[in-house]
Design a protein around this ligand. Structure first.
Ligand code: G6P
Length: 489
């Protein structure tokens, strides 16, 4: 597949996401612009520039309002405006109830099968519906009959149906759900399970990372709607006069960019300086963990496994260092405050138990790292520990693999991350709850024959390079275009 987004719509693309691709903030009196740093936003940006489309998103920067043109629209990128950013302003109540509330205290734990962390309040749902309506109205107003409207993630479970009602048969609607879809038994806990599935079935195309999430979604549809006809082979759902194709697209990362940055002088310089500053010996075995600080990422489980490893393999004391870059996130939510506390207390405990005058087993990075530094860290770490207790995909695993320019390094990967479906055959697989086995797998990943480790990494690099971010987007665009052709035939 071409790496320049060969199948991307050349016009009329409307993207709807909660996070915005550019945000403006005040730096003293001056307004500065923050650019997409990575992942989907950075990958979609060039596609949007070519398509001259519109991106609808929450205007969250403190200076966003200062730069809007008419009707809350602004051309981006600032130096060469080629597409439109349509901002939706949310007041404090909307942020609390739609974003922190329904999205992140109901849908997030629900879809990660974590009933205990669901906090449900009726006002959350009311506001989620209202905010979905505002995004839907904006998206419908930006679209033309030929448009592809592409919704991102769980913040917009209702918007597709609202848009469909407004536009009738015009426009193709696609949605990518970036987090897991749970079993029906877990999903039916949600008081609005039916409305949400109905909202999503207004899409022509609904994508998940892995087949299992598609199957679980279809099982939910089957249980919930008597009038839905499901083609279990193709993944098509027919209901009334609408058809939705439910299909998996395991998301990729921008491997070209990661390789380039991982091999840069800046990456090398960061690593050397970092090691020196933190007193990490030249020949130390370095494991890295990079996560948003979320209870789904299995960080306390990982720290317990490291503790067990140092306990059971004393020969690695003084030799093994775990570098943890955990970025605080959604901190207004009590469950996130709790996990932040648990992670720092567990890390401290491990350090208190084992640290010596010139060695600390857990080294935490709290500052933001530029991409070159992050990929430098990946490149030079001997292993990455990805121990999610539940995860839609986990792109850190793929980024780590992409940064292994010499095929060194080993990936220790949870069976419960979506990416295990693509990389599981070559990663060192773990169950994050099985502390002893997790620790033994870390030991094996370190001590395995070099040839064996390289072979595993070579296979994984082939996989992530072959289906990178561009290929993923192309796959979705091509599939959506195919559906559009079918309906216009
Ligand atoms: C996950 C979600 C994304 C979200 C990101 C960061 O990856 O799938 O939709 O943007 O977390 O979370 P935040 O709440 O800060 O947007």
């Amino acid at each position: 597949l071409p790496s320049d987004g060969g199948s991307a719509p050349t016009e009329g693309l409307v993207v709807v996401s909660n996070r915005e691709p550019y945000s403006h903030s005040f730096d003293g009196d001056e307004i500065t612009v923050e650019r997409p740093v990575g992942g989907l936003t950075a990958g979609l940006d060039p596609v949007m520039r070519r398509a001259k489309g519109t991106w609808v998103a929450w205007g969250d920067g403190d200076a966003d309002r200062e730069v809007v043109d008419e009707h809350d629209r602004v051309g981006v990128p600032p130096e060469d405006p080629s597409y439109t950013l349509r901002r939706i302003w949310l007041d404090d109540d909307e942020v609390e109830e739609y974003y922190y509330g329904y999205s992140n205290q109901v849908l997030w734990p629900l879809c990660h099968s974590d009933r205990g962390r669901i906090t449900y309040e009726p006002r959350f749902w009311d506001r989620y519906r209202e905010v979905n309506r505002r995004f839907a109205e904006a998206a419908a107003a930006e679209a033309d009959p030929e448009s592809l409207i592409w919704f991102q993630d769980y913040h917009f479970g209702l918007a597709p149906r609202m848009v469909r009602r407004e536009l009738g048969d015009d426009a193709t609607l696609a949605h990518f759900w970036h987090i897991p879809w749970p079993t029906w038994d877990d999903f039916r806990v949600c008081p609005q399970s039916r409305q949400l599935m109905e909202g999503l079935l207004a899409n022509d195309l609904l994508g998940f990372h892995v087949d299992r999430f598609c199957a679980q979604f279809l099982e939910g549809v089957d249980a919930c709607f008597d009038d839905a006809a499901i083609d279990w082979n193709s993944g098509e759902v027919h209901r009334g006069d609408s058809t939705t194709l439910v299909k998996s697209f395991p998301m990729g990362v921008d491997t070209d960019r990661i390789e380039r940055l991982a091999g840069s002088d800046e990456a090398e310089a960061f690593w050397n300086e970092f090691r020196e500053e933190r007193g990490i010996a030249d020949d130390a075995v370095v494991a890295v963990g990079v996560d948003r600080l979320d209870y789904t990422k299995g960080i306390p489980e990982r720290l317990r496994a490291i503790e067990y490893f140092l306990d059971s393999h004393p020969e690695f004391r003084g030799e093994f260092v775990y570098v943890q870059k955990a970025s605080e996130s959604r901190s207004e939510i009590p469950a996130y405050q709790e996990i932040q506390k648990e992670v720092s207390e567990t890390a401290e405990r491990v350090n208190d138990r084992f640290a010596t005058d010139d060695w600390k087993p857990v080294v935490a990075i709290t500052e933001m790292l530029p991409a070159e530094s992050l990929y430098g860290l990946y490149r030079h770490s001997d292993l990455a520990l990805v121990s999610s207790v539940r995860d839609g995909m986990n792109l850190v695993a793929e980024e780590y693999v992409a940064a292994q320019l010499d095929n060194g390094g080993a990936l220790v990967l949870s069976d419960f991350a979506g990416v295990d479906d693509t990389l599981g055959d070559y990663a060192y697989t773990i169950n994050p709850y099985a502390t002893k086995e997790f620790a033994e797998t870390v030991h094996r990943a370190i001590t395995d024959d070099t040839q064996e480790r390289r072979e595993r990494m070579r296979h994984m690099r082939q996989l992530v390079t072959a289906y990178d971010l561009d290929a993923w987007m192309d796959d979705i665009f091509e599939t959506a275009a195919g559906l559009r052709d079918e309906t216009t035939e």
